[in-house]
Structures are given as structure tokens and as C-alpha cells.
Design a protein around this ligand. Structure first.
Ligand code: NDP
Length: 447
């Protein structure tokens, strides 16, 4: 662990005291604070106005009961969350996660990260996150709909296009956004398209939103490679997960000439040196909602049950599943296998130990705040189209996404240089995101 100077150490101690047991939130805060030493040394006004302390305290945290009835007529009970973290730059913006592991500490880590990520995009959006400990696996379509309707029956009073604009995350895709939007519309009697993003293309959605997080991550890595005179052409790439982010990261890698040799889900991984058949994988995972072993059986790829996808040697690793999925041991394996770049498509998939191993071995590491910001940036483009009642072409929207990712890449490197950490995407992303939000907070007074 990097030592924190006195002022930042005090902030961290206070975060631990006020948020007991929320380990992921502690980890996310610590990771940002470790980058801020040079900033507080240069700009004491942030400490004087308690900007960092205030940034670590969400503006509002909502926890609510979500009762619903399953197909057998039994009453089920889940817990819903929405953490409205920071609105200095715009309405709270960030996804909803439905997964049994969800609790307040996970929602707060995600909301905290989102504040800096959204600032980095340069777009007028604050940060928030939400979700539920609901497990969608094995649930029928009708059960998913009833759950979403119950969830929105509470959430609707807290959100709005100028207040808080949720989107998808793990377990929440186009189907769930549809049921959530339908219930919002029904309760409020308003066709307020800008209240949710990730909508279907025929009812207010944006081209490229589905692909944006994965594509954006790969655009970022393309810039990283180009800065070293290299490209994706012929590179072996391993992607973890096989959900929204993973599938479209894999698609863009293939379009750019790379070979995706392995991907995974929570049951294990598949590996195929010839490259994954993406059309089949999409059919298995998106259309049929099956496990990845079914893909292996139908494609002839090798399936390794409960194995670690990081055992597969590669040039570029894209963790796109979930937090803390790549630890120090996995990082050592990647280094031994010749990996040169690790970029986080997921939020905080690499443990602090993994990041240390990668950086000390000279592997380029790109944190999720920068690498996966294309999803929320395209959500902001969806909001722009909703506000102007317009819809843009796929090509135009993808070009905007590429331009935004290129801008984030430049900003990270310039900021890292300015604060004496040349080449560090971690320092660049944390400091650039932080100063943007902190300056707005200073301007808005003590609120
Ligand atoms: P999906 O639900 O579409 O896919 C998640 C994938 O990760 C699935 O393959 C899933 O496997 C796997 N996974 C989830 N939890 C675990 C776990 N505990 N252990 C092992 N594997 C797991 O989610 P997304 O693709 O939308 O999100 C993936 C990551 O990207 C998350 O960290 C999310 O916060 C982040 N992200 C998403 C954005 C978006 O636009 N969707 C934007 C920015 C970041 P299984 O099906 O077996 O559970």
C-alpha cells in the first residue's frame, strides 16, 4: 500500500469509521486518495474547504423494500438501493446492478468510482449507482417484470431527467430497462425518455449504447498500443465475463484484427486458439441466456470448469466481469505469459495487489474509470438525443464515442505528466476526474 500523507490519512480514517464493514467502498476510496498527494500539496484550497471529505460522503443514500410475487404465488423480498453520490457536475448518473452480492458497500464503491469516471468524460453528469440483491438467474420473464415493476414503484419518486438518471449494469440489460421504464411511465403518466438510459432503439434509445462500454475500452487500448507504435493486429486477447461489456469488447478486438482466445462466466472459462466464435457466443449468452459450457459444447472450444481465465497466456487482458476478479497471483501469471496491457472493462476488477504486480513488471495498467467510461459517455449522448428529440446514426455515434475515449486517453497522460507521474493512467484518471469535480464543488459553496 502507498502511504497517505496526514490530511489524506485523516480522511481515510474517517471513511473507515463512518462506513464500517464496507470493504469495497474502502478499497475504492483508498485507491483514489493514494493518487491525490501531489494535488493537495499544490492546491491546499481543496483541504481547506473539506472537498475530499465531502466527496467521500454520498449526498443521499436510499434503501428500500422490494416485495414481489414469484410464479408459484409466493411472496419474495429483496432490498433496493440508490446512492446519489455527487451532483456537482450534473444529475446523478450511473447504473443499476441486480446480483445477490449487492449490498450498500458495493453500491457505494460503484457510486464513488462513477463520480470521477463521469467527470473524466467531460460531460455534464454527476455520479450515482443503485441496484438490488435480487438474483435474476433462473427467473422467468414474468418474474423479472414483476420485480422490476416493484423496484420502480419506489425508485420513481427519486429519479428524473434533471435529478438522477439510472442505466444498466450487471444483471440489468435492455429487457430490465424496458420493464423499469414502462413502470415509470405508467406511474408518472409522463413519457420522460431522459429518465433512464440503455433504452431500446425504437423507444428512445441510442445507437451504440449497447456496445459502448466494450467498444470504448478497446478504443482506449488501441490508443495505448498506438502510443507504443503497436496495434491489435494479430494480438492474443483474453476477456473475462461474457456479458454486455465482455461481448462487445471482444467484438471490437476482432474488428481491429486481434484474436480473442478466451472468455468466461461465473461457472468457468472457454479457450480456443483459433479465436472465439462471437456470433455463436452471443446466441448462447444473449438470446438463449445459457451458461458458457453450452458454447463450448457447440463450438468445440475447451471448457475449464471453475478455472481462472487468467491462466490463458495473452498480450492484452481485459477483465470485464466483476470487482476483485483478478488478484496478485493472477497478475503474476499474466506477466509470466507475456501480457503487456491490462485494461479494466469492469469496475475495479483488479485488486490493489494485482495493480502493484502489473505496474512493477512494466505492464501498462488502465483503470476502469478511464477504460470503461465509454458506456456512461454514450448514455450522456442518449440523454442529448432525448433532450433534442433526435436520433443519430450508428456511424456518427460511434465516431463520437471514439473521440471521447481518445480525449480521455489524452487527458490522463497530460494530467499524469503535470503532477509528476508520467505514463500512469491511474494517477492521470484519478487526478483529472478529481480536480474537475473538486473545482465545481468549490464554486458551488459548502453544500
Ligand atoms: P452483465 O451482467 O452483462 O455480465 C456480467 C458478466 O460477468 C457475466 O458473464 C457474469 O457471469 C460475470 N460475472 C458477474 N459476477 C460475477 C462473479 N461474482 N464472478 C464471476 N463472474 C461474474 O454485466 P456487464 O457486462 O454490464 O458488467 C460487467 C462489468 O462492467 C461490471 O463490473 C460493471 O460494473 C462494469 N460496467 C458496465 C457498464 C455497462 O455499460 N454495462 C459500464 C461500465 C462498467 P454469470 O452470467 O455467470 O454471472
Amino acid at each position: 500500500m502507498t502511504a497517505l500523507d496526514d490530511a489524506l490519512g485523516d480522511v481515510y480514517t474517517e471513511v473507515l469509521r463512518r462506513n464500517p464493514g464496507e470493504l469495497e467502498f474502502h478499497q475504492a476510496v483508498r485507491e483514489v486518495l493514494e493518487s491525490l498527494g501531489p494535488v493537495v500539496a499544490k492546491r491546499p484550497q481543496y483541504t481547506d474547504a473539506a472537498v475530499i471529505r465531502r466527496l467521500c460522503e454520498p449526498e443521499r443514500q436510499l434503501i428500500f423494500r422490494v416485495p414481489w410475487v414469484d410464479d408459484a404465488g409466493r411472496v419474495q423480498l429483496n432490498r433496493g438501493f440508490r446512492v446519489e453520490f455527487n451532483s456537482a457536475l450534473g444529475p446523478y448518473k450511473g447504473g443499476l446492478r441486480f446480483h445477490p452480492s449487492v449490498y450498500l458497500g458495493i453500491v457505494k464503491f460503484l457510486g464513488f468510482e462513477q463520480v470521477f469516471k463521469n467527470a473524466l468524460t467531460g460531460m455534464p453528469i454527476g455520479g450515482g449507482k443503485g441496484g438490488s440483491d435480487f438474483d435474476p438467474k433462473g427467473r422467468s420473464d414474468a418474474e423479472i417484470m414483476r420485480f422490476c415493476q416493484s423496484f420502480m414503484t419506489e425508485l420513481y419518486r427519486h429519479i428524473g431527467e434533471h435529478t438522477d438518471v439510472p442505466a444498466g449494469d450487471i444483471g440489468v440489460g435492455g429487457r430490465e430497462i424496458g420493464y423499469l421504464f414502462g413502470q415509470y411511465k405508467r406511474i408518472t403518466n409522463r413519457y420522460e425518455s431522459g429518465v433512464l438510459t440503455g433504452k431500446g432503439l425504437t423507444w428512445g434509445g441510442s445507437q451504440v449504447r449497447t456496445e459502448a462500454t466494450g467498444y470504448g475500452t478497446v478504443f482506449f487500448v488501441q490508443d495505448v498500443l498506438a502510443a507504443r507504435g503497436a496495434s491489435f493486429d494479430g494480438r492474443r486477447v483474453v476477456v473475462s465475463g461474457s456479458g454486455n461489456v465482455a461481448l462487445y469488447a471482444a467484438e471490437k478486438v476482432q474488428q481491429l484484427g486481434g484474436v480473442v482466445v478466451a472468455c468466461s462466466d461465473s461457472s468457468g472459462y472457454v479457450v480456443d486458439d483459433k479465436g472465439i466464435d462471437l456470433e455463436l457466443l452471443k446466441d448462447v449468452k444473449q438470446a438463449r441466456r445459457e451458461r458458457i459450457a453450452v458454447y463450448a459444447a457447440e463450438s468445440g472450444a475447451r471448457f475449464v470448469e471453475d478455472g481462472s481465465v487468467w491462466d490463458v497466456p495473452c498480450d492484452v487482458a481485459l477483465p470485464c466481469a466483476t470487482q476483485n476478479e483478478l488478484d496478485g497471483g493472477h497478475a503474476e501469471t499474466l506477466v509470466r505469459g507475456g501480457c503487456v496491457v491490462v485494461a479494466e472493462g469492469a469496475n475495479m476488477p483488479c485488486t490493489p495487489q494485482a495493480v502493484r504486480v502489473l505496474e512493477s513488471a512494466g505492464v501498462v495498467f488502465v483503470p476502469g474509470k478511464a477504460a470503461n467510461a465509454g458506456g456512461v459517455a454514450t448514455s450522456a449522448l442518449e440523454m442529448q438525443q432525448n433532450a433534442s428529440r433526435d436520433s443519430w446514426s450508428f456511424e456518427h455515434t460511434e465516431a463520437r464515442l471514439a473521440e471521447i475515449m481518445h480525449g480521455i486517453h489524452e487527458r490522463c497522460l497530460e494530467t499524469a505528466d503535470e503532477y509528476g507521474r508520467p505514463g500512469s493512467y491511474v494517477a492521470g484518471a484519478n487526478i483529472a476526474g478529481f480536480t474537475q469535480v473538486a473545482d465545481a464543488m468549490l464554486a458551488l459553496g459548502v453544500i
